[in-house]
Write a protein that binds this ligand. Structure first.
Ligand SMILES: Cc1cc2nc3c(=O)[nH]c(=O)nc-3n(C[C@H](O)[C@H](O)[C@H](O)COP(=O)(O)OP(=O)(O)OC[C@H]3O[C@@H](n4cnc5c(N)ncnc54)[C@H](O)[C@@H]3O)c2cc1C
Length: 49
């Protein structure tokens, strides 16, 4: 990757995505990183009712 970003957000949970959206709305270039295979994995995969 050879792109410059203004903001790096670790974690694509609700808080991280909200921060990303707000920073994006303010014109910032945002990179969101998550160690899970997909965002929201905790809520979608790890819990079975
Ligand atoms: C089954 C279930 C139902 C829920 N229902 C509701 C509801 O109805 N209403 C409500 O308000 N809340 C609900 N919650 C709580 C909800 O999970 C939290 O409010 C919300 O997800 C918190 O968001 P967060 O971004 O703080 O944390 P998280 O959602 O935990 O996001 C953190 C992210 O950071 C990533 N991460 C962590 N460490 C690292 C690392 N070192 N490097 C890279 N990435 C990393 C994780 O993979 C994760 O994606 C529910 C939770 C569960 C489990």
């Amino acid at each position: 990757m050879n792109q410059k970003v203004d903001v790096v957000i670790i974690g694509a949970g609700a808080a991280g995505l909200m921060c990303a959206a707000e920073a994006g709305k303010r014109g910032r270039r945002v990179l969101v990183l998550d160690h899970a295979k997909k965002p929201g994995r905790k809520n979608s995969d790890l819990w079975r009712w």
